[in-house]
Write a protein that binds this ligand. Structure first.
Ligand code: NDP
Length: 405
C-alpha cells in the first residue's frame, strides 16, 4: 500500500525495518537511507534471511541527513508517502525541512536537540506547525516508547479512567543484563547527555530543577522487580503538562544500577562526557563523541541480553465516577524474546515498534491530520490495539500506588 523511507540504520531502525517487513500489507516498499550504508545492507540481509515470506521490497541508500538538498534529492527519487526518522535528534529539523519541500509526511522518536547544547525542548519543532498545516502534511513527534507510548498511556488514562489527572509518574525500568561493565542501551551520546543533565519535574505550574540523579525512590515494577529509580527530565513531560493542564505534578523516573552510576561518575569526573570540543592532534573532538566510539554499539548488546523492561504510567486524580483514583498502565518486554524475533535488545524494540505503529496509523488514516502533533493528542484506542497485536502487550493495574508522593 505505501512506500516509506527510514532514515538511520542503528538499533531502533533495525526494529522499525523488521516490523515493517512483518507488516507488509501496509509497508510495501521501504528504502533505508543512512550515513553508513553497510549497516542498512546488514538489516536488509537479515530481513531476507529471517523473514523470507515478507512481500515488502527493501532497498538501501547513503544519505547525509544534515544536508537538506541531499535529502530532497533522495525523497524525490524514491517518492515515498512518509519519512520515518530514526537517525539522531540532531537531524530532526533538516529532515522536516526536506519533507516540507517534497510534500511528504514525517515521524520521529526524539525531539530536536542542537549539537552544542544539551537542551531538550519541543519549541523548535512546534514552530513548524503552520508550515505543515498549510501544506496538508502531518509531522508526528516522539513516537517511540518514552516519548511515545507513555503519552498514549496518558491519553488512555484521560479517555477511559479519569475526569481529571492530577499527578502523573512515568516509570522506566530496564531490569536487563547485557554482561558488559558499562554500555548504553541506545545512542550513547544522546543517552549520557540526558542522564548527566540536571533533573526537572513539573509542580504547581512550574518546573522544579534538581541535581542529576538527586531524587530517588524504590519502585515496584509489576512482573519484574523492585528497583531504585531516579527522577530525570524527559521530553514528553513538556508536552503532557501542556496538553493536560489539570496535572499538578509530573515526574519521570528511570532505573540505574550501582555499577552504571559508578562508571558514569568517573567518566564525568574526568571530563569524558563533555560536549565541549577539545583540541586533539590538530582536530577538534568532543570527548563524548570519542567515548561513543569506544563504547559498545547499542545493537551489539542484543545477543545474550537477559531480563525484562517495564515501562508504564501511573496517574492519580479524580476517576470517571468522581472518586479519588490511582491507575497504572504498562508494558513488560523480555530482551531475549526481542532478540529471537528481530535480533534486537528490548530498548531498541520498545522504541521501534511504536514508531512502526505510528507510521501505520498515519498511512491508514486513523491518525492522519495536517499539522505537528504529539502522541497524546491522538486517539489512544487504535494505538493500544496495535501495541497488543505487534509485540508490546499492555497491562493495567487498578488501585495500587506504585510511586509514592
Ligand atoms: P544509533 O546511534 O544506534 O543509530 C543512529 C543512526 O543514525 C545510525 O545508523 C547513524 O549512522 C545514523 N545517522 C546519524 N547521523 C546521521 C546523518 N547525519 N545522516 C544520516 N544518518 C545518520 O541510535 P538508536 O537507533 O539507538 O536511536 C535512534 C533514535 O531513536 C535516536 O534519535 C534516539 O534518541 C531515539 N530513541 C528514542 C527512544 C524513545 O523511546 N522515544 C528510545 C531510544 C532511542 P552511522 O551508522 O553512520 O553512525
Amino acid at each position: 500500500m505505501s512506500k516509506v523511507i527510514i532514515i538511520g540504520a542503528g538499533g531502533v531502525a533495525n526494529v522499525v525495518a523488521k516490523k515493517c517487513a512483518q507488516n507488509d500489507q501496509v509497508f510495501t516498499e521501504v528504502l533505508i537511507a543512512t550515513r553508513t550504508v553497510a549497516k542498512a545492507d546488514k538489516i536488509v540481509a537479515e530481513i531476507k534471511e529471517h523473514m523470507p515470506h515478507s512481500k515488502a521490497v527493501f532497498t538501501t541508500a547513503t544519505v547525509d541527513a544534515d544536508n537538506v538538498p541531499e535529502l530532497v534529492g533522495l525523497i524525490n527519487d524514491f517518492g515515498p508517502k512518509m519519512v520515518i526518522n530514526v537517525a539522531l535528534p540532531y537531524q530532526d529539523l533538516t529532515i522536516m525541512d526536506a519533507c516540507l519541500e517534497t510534500g511528504v509526511h514525517y515521524l520521529d522518536t526524539a525531539n530536536y536537540e542542537p549539537k552544542d547544547v544539551a537542551k531538550f525542548e519541543y519549541s523548535w519543532q512546534w514552530a513548524y506547525q503552520d508550515r505543515f498545516k498549510d501544506k496538508g502534511l502531518m509531522a508526528l513527534l516522539g513516537c517511540g516508547f518514552d516519548p511515545g507510548a507513555t503519552q498514549a498511556f496518558t491519553a488512555w488514562h484521560a479517555k477511559h479512567h479519569f475526569q481529571e489527572i492530577h499527578y502523573l509518574d512515568i516509570v522506566d525500568c530496564n531490569n536487563g543484563n547485557h554482561g558488559k561493565a558499562f554500555a548504553t542501551n541506545f545512542n550513547p551520546e544522546i543517552n549520557i547527555r540526558e542522564i548527566t543533565a540536571n533533573g526537572r519535574y513539573w509542580e504547581n505550574g512550574q518546573w522544579v530543577e534538581t541535581q542529576p540523579l538527586e531524587i530517588s525512590q524504590d519502585i515496584y515494577y509489576p512482573k519484574v522487580a523492585t528497583r531504585k529509580s531516579f527522577v530525570l527530565y524527559h521530553e514528553e513531560l513538556e508536552s503532557l503538562v501542556k496538553h493536560f493542564p489539570t496535572i499538578k505534578r509530573a515526574r519521570f523516573w528511570m532505573t540505574f544500577g550501582e555499577a552504571y552510576i559508578k562508571h558514569l561518575n568517573v567518566l564525568e569526573g574526568i571530563g569524558m562526557t563533555s560536549i565541549e570540543p577539545i583540541d586533539f592532534r590538530g582536530m577538534k573532538v568532543a570527548p563524548i563523541e570519542f567515548l561513543k566510539a569506544v563504547l559498545p554499539a547499542p545493537e551489539s548488546l542484543a545477543a545474550g541480553y537477559s531480563g525484562q523492561t517495564c515501562i508504564g504510567v501511573q496517574a492519580k486524580g479524580i476517576g470517571k465516577d468522581g472518586q479519588p483514583k490511582v491507575h497504572f498502565v504498562y508494558n513488560v518486554k523480555d530482551h531475549a524474546d526481542c532478540y529471537r524475533e528481530v535480533q534486537a535488545q528490548g530498548v531498541s524494540y520498545t522504541t521501534g515498534v511504536p514508531a512502526m505503529i505510528g507510521a501505520m496509523l498515519m498511512l491508514q488514516g486513523e491518525w492522519m491530520q495536517p499539522g505537528v502533533w504529539n502522541v497524546e493528542q491522538l486517539d489512544p484506542d487504535p494505538f493500544f490495539d496495535a501495541m497488543n497485536k505487534w509485540g508490546l502487550p499492555i497491562s493495567e493495574l487498578a488501585d495500587i500506588e506504585l510511586v509514592k508522593d
